[in-house]
Write a protein that binds this ligand. Structure first.
Ligand SMILES: [Mg+2]
Length: 283
């Protein structure tokens, strides 16, 4: 076997991670707590009728990636920070415990690790801190990174006229892809623009990146854009997922080559280092 073949470069250079229900299990209950807080926000702060919030929230999440993106799309105007502190700030963070197993797994893979979350920076930072993972990632791409300006110009003049589900989306910011749904001013997964922006900001080549997320639609979009995909927290194969892990703790069982390739890479680096040294001495 030629030396080049034996010590070829690893196929991957970057690992891209979602946070919620990916770096910690769904059983933590954060997902339900979040939904509850969003529904409370819709009633208390936006004046939406209690008996409508459950279904409306489901529909907005389904159509827009996040409930917040959906609420903005259909015309509600509110402060992003206030929303995030109401929805995420009240979560029972005490339930998250340091995850030494995951920390060791992450630190033992000397590949770039980047966070890609729809959540706000305060939530992502606090979650990583509680899990004991705050120093395991090179970069965090989150709500504020993707939405640096307050882009809320796309909204109805009279929010009380909004009737979700009535197809009465008389919004001046119609999507240009022919959808009847109004376009949201928020950039978030699973939309292509959000992935492209994350790739640009973190200098990510999707062809050499593995993407971990618990959301099937995020995984499917990631696959479409060239990422190698790992669906986390599920047990059934789905189209678009290259790997499926019941827990993020199973990375090594599913992708042992990440460690094996790294061992080979260390050997290559040692060898290359010697050559470079020799060359400079003889020059
Ligand atoms: Mg998630």
């Amino acid at each position: 076997m030629a030396y080049e073949d034996q010590y070829q470069q690893s196929k991957y250079d970057t690992l891209l991670f979602d946070v919620d229900d990916t770096l910690y299990p769904l059983s933590t209950g954060f997902s339900n707590e979040c939904a509850k807080n969003i529904q409370e926000y819709m009633v208390q702060k936006l004046g939406i009728q209690q008996n409508k919030v459950f279904q409306l929230n489901q529909e907005l999440y389904k159509n827009y990636g996040t409930s917040m993106a959906g609420l903005k799309a259909i015309g509600y105007d509110f402060d992003n920070d206030e929303y995030h502190s109401f929805v995420h700030g009240r979560l029972p963070y005490g339930k998250l415990k340091p995850d030494h197993v995951l920390r060791n797994l992450l630190l033992s893979m000397p590949l770039r690790k980047v966070i890609f979350s729809n959540a706000d920076n305060a939530h992502v930072s606090k979650t990583l801190r509680k899990l004991g993972l705050e120093d395991c990632f090179e970069r965090i791409i989150c709500f504020e990174t993707l939405n640096p300006n307050d882009k809320t110009s796309c909204r109805f003049d009279d929010k009380n006229d909004v009737q979700f589900g009535s197809e009465n989306f008389d919004n001046p910011c119609q999507s240009d892809i022919g959808s009847i749904l109004p376009k949201t001013p928020i950039l978030c997964k699973p939309f292509e623009d959000a992935f492209e922006q994350a790739f640009k900001l973190a200098n990510i080549n999707p062809q050499t990146t593995i993407f971990f997320d618990d959301s099937i639609r995020n995984i499917q979009k990631g696959k479409q854009l060239g990422l190698t995909t790992v669906l986390v927290g599920k047990s059934n194969r789905i189209s678009g997922a290259d790997y499926v892990l019941e827990s993020i703790h199973n990375i090594k069982e599913a992708l042992p080559e990440l460690w094996e390739e790294n061992d080979k890479k260390s050997e290559t680096m040692k060898y290359t280092g010697n050559v470079a040294f020799g060359t400079s001495v003889t020059a």
